[in-house]
Design a protein. Structure first.
Length: 215
C-alpha cells in the first residue's frame, strides 16, 4: 500500500477490473445495423439543472465533468434499495449510489488509486432495439489512463432483458473510446479487505477527548 496523503489508502498495483467478477457483455452490432446509428441514438445529460441532448457520436467530446447526475437519488419509506452518498478519497467528495452493491463499487474504485473523477447516474442513453429503449448507467469514471463506464448488477439479479441493455451501453461506450464493465461481484476476499482499508480514508477528529480516556 502506498499513498501521498495520510488519509489515502490505495493499491499501487491493482486495477479495478482485476478485482471484479465481470459480466460477459455480448456484441451489440445486431441492435441497429445501419451505419448512422451514432447519429440516431441519443444521450441526455444534466448540466446546471437543464437537460442537454446530444447524439452518441458526441459522447467522447462532451465535457461531462461539468454534468450532474441525470436522475435524483430518492429516499422513501419501504423502498427495497439503499441509496446514499459514499465519500471517495480520490475526489474528496461524496458520490451518489442507489444500492449497497453500487456503494461497494465506489469503495473498490477508490482503493485502486487511479481515479480522477466520478459521475454517478451520468446520462440517459436512448437506443433502438426494434423499439426505442432507454438506460441510465451507474457510473462514469475518469482514471489516469482511460474512461470507464460501469453498471453494477449482482449476478443473481441479471435478467434476460438486461442482455440487450448491456450490449447497447457497451456499444455506445466503445464508440466514444471508453471501456464498459458490468460488475456482478468481486473476487475472493476483495470486498471484506477493501471495506476494512476504507476506514482509513478520512482523518477523524476527537473533539470530546474520548480516545485518551479509552486508552
Amino acid at each position: 500500500m502506498t499513498g501521498t496523503d495520510q488519509r489515502a489508502v490505495w493499491s499501487h498495483c491493482c486495477g479495478f477490473d482485476e478485482l471484479v467478477v465481470p459480466y460477459a457483455v455480448m456484441c451489440g452490432e445486431a441492435l441497429d445495423p445501419r451505419r448512422d446509428w451514432t447519429a440516431r441514438w441519443m444521450v441526455t445529460w444534466q448540466v446546471d439543472g437543464s437537460d442537454i441532448v446530444c447524439p452518441v457520436r458526441d459522447l467522447a467530446t462532451f465535457p461531462w465533468t461539468r454534468a450532474q447526475p441525470v436522475r435524483a437519488f430518492s429516499w422513501r419509506p419501504g423502498q427495497r434499495h439503499r441509496p446514499g452518498l459514499a465519500f471517495m478519497g480520490a475526489t474528496g467528495r461524496g458520490h451518489g449510489f442507489e444500492s449497497l452493491a453500487e456503494r461497494r463499487a465506489l469503495t473498490v474504485l477508490d482503493f485502486c488509486g487511479q481515479v480522477r473523477d466520478v459521475l454517478s447516474q451520468p446520462f440517459r442513453l436512448r437506443f433502438l432495439d426494434g423499439a426505442r429503449r432507454a438506460h441510465i448507467p451507474d457510473f462514469l469514471v475518469a482514471t489516469a489512463g482511460a474512461t470507464l463506464l460501469i453498471d453494477v448488477r449482482p449476478a443473481h439479479l441479471v435478467k434476460e432483458s438486461d442482455v440487450t441493455v448491456f450490449a447497447a451501453t457497451g456499444r455506445g461506450a466503445a464508440s466514444a473510446g471508453w471501456r464498459y464493465l458490468v460488475v456482478t461481484g468481486w473476487r475472493n476476499n476483495v470486498a471484506d479487505t477493501v471495506e476494512a482499508l476504507a476506514r482509513g480514508r478520512r482523518r477523524h477528529t476527537d473533539p470530546l477527548g474520548l480516545e485518551d480516556r479509552a486508552a
